[in-house]
Ligand binder design. Sequence first.
Ligand code: GUN
Length: 229
Amino acid sequence: SVSSSIAPLQPIFPRPASATSPPPEPPALASLISHLKLQPHIEGGYFAETDRDTLRIPNPFLAASAPATATTSKSIAALRGDPDFDPEQENATRSASTSIFYLLTPGTPLGAWHRNRGRTVHTLHWGKGRYVIIHADEVGEDGKARVETFVVGKDVLKGERLQWIVEGGKFKSSFLLPDDEGEASGGLLISETVIPGFEYSDHDFLRGEKLKELVTPEQAKELGWMLRN
Ligand code: GUN
């Protein structure tokens, strides 16, 4: 059961469901957000894309029967300027990789349940948080997916992780934790590299009904607060 391993599972700074724009942040975080040009992320938190490889590779998520065509080696920008460009070709390739900064703050402490088709390499810069992963591709005899949780932070001797990989297709959520001094006002800042590069068409949110299919009723109750409102 997840219960024994991830209690207490509560947002430490709950955000009203009615909030339409991110709330004010501590001054140091407000400066950081502006300096790094971070934008509100649809999952919660803030992000900025810091790199997008100009190399285009064949989209590995297309069925093998629909391989990428000769457009692979041209940039999409170049393709768009081409009068012969077929927009359907756009999905034929992906950037080889993309990277972002991702920040959770007291004002927006939750990265809501979602998945990407690409695998994601995460690296901690500072702060502490909890990740919960639903291994939708690892279903047991009871028909339920494996659920995993771990703390990301600098105390590697206590088992906290500085670096963590989430393979494509797995559902992921995360939330800010207070550090050892009981503070979280520096937020949780990480970098994420997605391979192949991020596209909205490779991203989706977990819905409540799907959560109930994937995990036990007890787990669904425990993990439901991390669904996107
Ligand atoms: N745009 C919106 N969300 C994301 C993301 O997670 N990564 C990248 N690279 N771009 C995004």
